[in-house]
Design a binder for this molecule. Structure first.
Ligand code: PMP
Length: 404
């Protein structure tokens, strides 16, 4: 009996997917030409599955800042933030993030995953209550395990169910942290944050919003859903990532909470890992400035999101509840999803195949995401390919079991 035998349940499904064509878990780009185009097996494909919402990965100012930083500071910090891994750039980025959100404190982590892991696990622990949307990202669930807090799940995007769970808790001792996301990563649906904030106001507890997919996307200033919904004052903690709108890697936590500095000596995923390299810090700092200065990026992103969503919906594909930079096309079953994903790839469109258990309600999805950098002509090309294949596969009728 091998150590990996416990995972053998995944063998047949994975082999089944591989038998149909390309292996989605092993797609390897020969080259990335721009935020919206790459080379796969010698062929050019349109990138429609990145989280590069503002298209900043090839922004000349970000690249220049990154190149200058690597020359000046070297390739890595070779240490954790706690021990020799804090350079002036890390502090400058934390100050910039705190300023952007109008909060007193910010803390930068090496990935967005670790921002949830390190933030949440340090905010709640044994004896506390962590109240999670059922469709929370894996990093939030993993944070729950690390924290040791009691986990209470409420129905996805359902403020009434949240209120019911809190009512049931009554006056049980221990802290309460409610965690929701701005835009959900698989379907692209937005949390009813105004309603969640009202529940929190009425019933108490702290509220953390993971704005991973909504920073740079929602809100007049691009701060995310809390800004767009007008409830920033009710949100106690914001988590975000540098790997999506900011085009790099890393994550952050911001708050006005007293004693925030103690997190730096109790958060294990912050302390026991190497800090971000100076090149990443520098490009992220510049990308944040680009996000703040260039609102056209958000306007273009939103127009592209509408164009793709409405195009797919009007052709008769089953899509999520509303337009968003993430549009999931619901497939009737996994086998069809795998075939369609391969056919799209063969026709020059790369997007994400999302299958259970990673999807809400165990749906088989083709998850696409647009960027401000896509041209309308690229979106139209994608729609034309979808239209042809949708006809061929008889896909223009199935109904979405919305996770809302
Ligand atoms: N939170 C959410 C909601 C996410 O979707 C993701 C990544 N997909 C993360 C956190 C983790 O971010 P990162 O990939 O930057 O580590």
């Amino acid at each position: 009996m091998g150590l990996l035998d416990k995972h053998l349940g995944y063998r047949a499904p994975l082999d089944g997917i591989r038998a149909v064509g390309a292996d989605p878990s092993a797609v390897r780009f020969d080259a990335v030409l721009s935020p919206t185009e790459g080379m796969l097996d010698g062929r050019k494909v349109i990138l429609l599955g990145t989280n590069n919402y503002l298209g900043l990965t090839f922004d000349p100012e970000c690249i220049e800042a990154s190149a200058a930083a690597v020359r000046e500071w070297g390739t890595g910090t070779t240490g954790s933030r706690f021990a020799n891994g804090t350079f002036s750039g890390h502090t400058a980025l934390e100050n910039a993030l705190a300023g952007f959100y109008g909060r007193k404190h910010a803390m930068v982590f090496t990935t967005g995953y670790q921002a949830n892991l390190g933030g949440i696990s340090a905010l709640v622990g044994r004896g506390d209550h962590l109240i999670l949307d059922a469709d929370s990202h894996a990093s939030i669930y993993d944070a729950a395990k690390l924290s040791g807090a009691e986990v209470i799940r409420f129905r996805h995007n359902d403020p009434d169910d949240l209120a019911k769970r809190l009512r049931r808790l009554g006056d049980a001792p221990g802290g309460r942290l409610i965690v929701v996301e701005g835009i959900y990563s698989m379907i692209g649906d937005v949390a009813p944050l105004k309603e969640f904030a009202a529940v929190k106001r009425e019933m108490g507890g702290y509220l953390l919003v993971d704005e991973a997919h909504s920073m740079g996307v929602l809100g007049d200033k691009g701060r995310g859903l809390a800004e767009a919904a007008g409830v920033e004052a009710d949100v106690d903690f914001i988590v975000g990532t540098f790997s999506k709108s900011l085009g790099a890697v890393g994550g952050f936590l911001v708050s006005d909470e007293d004693n925030f500095d103690l997190l730096r000596i109790v958060s294990r995923p912050y302390m026991f890992t190497a800090s971000l390299p100076p090149a990443v810090i520098a490009s992220t700092l510049k990308a944040l400035q680009r996000l703040e200065d260039d609102r056209d990026l958000r306007v273009r992103l939103s127009a592209n999101a509408d164009r793709l969503y409405e195009g797919l919906r009007d052709m008769g594909f089953v899509v999520g509840p509303h337009a968003s930079p993430i549009t999931a096309v619901v497939m009737p079953d996994q086998a069809t999803a795998v075939m369609m994903w391969n056919a799209l790839l063969q026709n020059g469109v790369y997007l994400n195949l999302a299958v259970p258990p990673a999807t809400p309600d165990n749906q088989a999805l083709l998850r696409s995401s647009v960027s401000a950098a896509h041209t309308p002509a690229q979106i139209d090309e994608v729609l034309a390919v979808f239209g042809r294949l949708g006809q061929e596969f008889g896909l223009l009728k199935h109904s979405l079991r919305a996770s809302a």
